[in-house]
Design a binder for this molecule. Structure first.
Ligand code: BDR
Ligand code: CA
Length: 323
């Protein structure tokens, strides 16, 4: 009998991923998760000023990646301030060092000489299916889009954590990442390509309760213990605002980029208010209006299957006990 040669089953290729972040406590969780995702190949991470100043978000990014065992990932230095405004940060949520007061070992790796905006462009030129997940103020991304006009079209997917169709966490109608640099957000939403806005509409539902965070700590790995300890201040802050737990805003955006089936999203027009005396930094959508905007290819993420979200966090964090 002749041997029938079976073709080796085609291995699913990882998609190149670039993360832009202002490493505070939920950015750190997103990095720890991204570092263990098989579906993505984390090819670069850029730091921007936001939750705390750049002289903290940059080492935080390097050190969290080292904690994740991913010193192979290049880290790029981004903007130290928003495009036109002074930086207003959030140490009351993320702690003075941005990591809830937890001091991590210094990474042996240093940042690359290339600035964040050049790195993003070069990555997009090299990888035609590059996915961008931006979970801080959009300053670096806007600088890249301004410098390289063809860049937005080169990105296969852009998911941001930022904004809200309804409500706000910094003023009554604004979300932190957008209100910190509205001019940058305006550039990004006006770049002519679809943006996924994974904002407070969904991320306030992407939380772990205090008990679930305790469960996470019981995994006992340095990464799980860091996640538990670094989030305690933010957990207290968010519960004092009436939230049911700690919102993992930035992991939610990352998970949307990985697998949309956990989420509900709707197409919409989205514009950023940059001038209003009480609405500057608001993301205005046409979702519930009969007056539609001319560009309606953006998407607003509105809902999440929280059980699936929590399971994904635990599945990825359990991978640290497997190595
Ligand atoms: C967003 O702002 C930051 O404080 C968090 O890291 C998150 O990206 C939530 O509004
Ligand atoms: Ca962030």
């Amino acid at each position: 009998m002749t041997d029938i040669k079976m073709k080796p089953s085609a291995e699913k290729r990882s998609i190149p991923l670039f993360i832009d972040c202002d490493t505070g406590v939920d950015d750190a969780m997103a990095l720890l998760c991204a570092a263990k995702m098989k579906s993505f190949d984390l090819i670069g991470v850029a730091a921007v000023a936001g939750n705390v100043a750049l002289d903290k978000t940059l080492p935080n990014t390097l050190n969290v990646l080292a904690l994740a065992g991913r010193t192979d990932v290049p880290v790029y230095k981004g903007a130290y301030k928003p495009l036109v405004r002074p930086l207003v940060s959030a140490p009351h949520v993320h702690g003075l060092n941005g990591l809830g007061g937890v001091e991590l070992d210094s990474s042996p790796r240093k940042e690359e000489p290339e600035p964040a905006w050049d790195a993003l462009y070069n990555a997009a030129m090299e990888h035609e299916d590059l996915v961008l997940v931006a979970v801080g103020p959009l300053t670096n991304v806007a600088k890249a889009f301004i410098k390289y006009r063809e860049l937005p079209k080169r990105l296969s997917k852009i998911v941001i954590m930022g904004g809200a169709a309804v409500g706000g966490n910094t003023t009554p109608c604004t979300e932190f990442n957008i209100v910190t640099d509205p001019e940058a957000a305006d550039v990004v939403f006006n770049s002519g390509v679809p943006i996924v806005m994974c904002g407070l509409d969904v991320t306030l539902k992407a939380y772990l309760t205090g008990t679930e965070l305790d469960e996470l700590a019981k995994l006992g790995t340095p990464q799980a213990i860091f996640s538990y300890q670094s989030q305690q201040n933010a957990l207290r802050y968010e519960m004092s605002k009436g939230l049911p737990g700690i919102c993992l805003h930035d992991p939610a955006a990352l998970f949307f980029a990985e697998d949309e089936t956990m989420f509900t999203a709707r197409k919409a027009g989205i514009r950023v208010e940059t001038r209003g005396s009480i609405t500057s930094g608001k993301t205005v959508t046409d979702l519930d209006s009969d007056k539609k905007m001319s560009y309606r290819e953006h998407r607003v993420v509105l809902d999440i299957n929280r059980d699936a979200f929590r399971e994904r966090i635990f599945t990825l964090m359990r991978k640290y006990s497997e190595t």
